[in-house]
Design a binder for this molecule. Structure first.
Ligand code: CDP
Ligand code: CDP
Length: 224
């Protein structure tokens, strides 16, 4: 298959990164986890102890935030200024603040640029919230993954338990729903299905079933 761009967007815990990573691996493409980038900026702001509500202070911090990735299993390794932060960016405190930080214009501009630079390197599967609408509006294939909020919370709960995190299912569901609300209602590049994206409801589907459905969508798009 020729190198193409595949954009996967959707709400929290819909399975985007799991599916995107498998597709990238199967196609030999670069996988870009854009959510991880916003999480790194949030972690950097927390560590700098600046007021997260101060958009200017967050903006001024950006030149000091260098984000890089390295291959890793089961997840890609993520680095902030060459220090590994793979686990730290998934903490509850980062998750609770990432929607605020990602609503800031300068943050979105910097991350979008970084994402486009990586995509320019070749075939790419990129997952996030605004890939099909803003980052790669000309992506060859756009998939919008959704699932019921109950199922998404249950998935995240199971995942967190394996990591020793103690948030209850109720807390996770409330946090997921709140983050979806913030991400969908922000002014710049809100979470939204691109008009030319194919929606895939993964409620009740296994990872293998979602991968199969995604490949069907990709093949249909490419054949056209
Ligand atoms: O994996 P999970 O669904 O928890 O979220 P994520 O993909 O790691 O993204 C974390 C947060 O980053 C989202 O809730 C958004 O606030 C923000 N984000 C964004 O604004 N734009 C993107 N393209 C990706 C993530
Ligand atoms: O990237 P996003 O936040 O959309 O979701 P994810 O991190 O890929 O998936 C969240 C959790 O749901 C992971 O633990 C996946 O293994 C799990 N999952 C699942 O159980 N069934 C699916 N069809 C997709 C993901």
């Amino acid at each position: 298959m020729n190198a193409i761009q595949i954009a996967i967007d959707g709400p929290a815990s819909a399975g985007k990164s799991t599916i995107a990573k498998i597709l990238a691996n199967d196609f030999g493409y670069i996988y870009v986890d854009t959510g991880a980038m916003y999480r790194v900026v949030t972690l950097a702001a927390l560590r700098a102890k600046i007021d997260l509500n101060d958009e200017q202070a967050v903006t001024q911090l950006l030149p000091q935030v260098d984000i890089t990735f390295a291959p890793g299993e089961p997840v890609q390794k993520v680095f902030l200024n060459e220090t590994e932060v793979t686990t730290d960016i998934r903490s509850s405190i980062v998750t609770a603040n990432v929607s605020l930080i990602s609503s800031y214009e300068a943050v979105r501009q910097a991350m979008t640029q970084l994402q486009r630079d990586i995509a320019a390197q070749g075939g790419v599967v990129m997952d996030g919230r605004d890939i099909g609408t803003t980052v790669l509006p000309n992506a060859d294939v756009k998939i919008f993954l959704i699932a019921s909020v109950e199922e998404r919370a249950a998935r995240r709960f199971t995942e967190n338990q394996t990591k020793g995190m103690t948030d209850t299912l109720e807390e996770i569901q409330a946090a997921v729903a709140h983050r979806d609300y913030l991400d969908s209602h922000r002014e710049i590049s809100p979470l939204k299905k691109a008009s030319d994206a194919v929606e895939l409801d993964t409620t009740g589907l296994s990872i293998q079933e979602v991968v199969a459905a995604a490949k069907q969508i990709i093949n249909q798009k490419i054949e056209r």
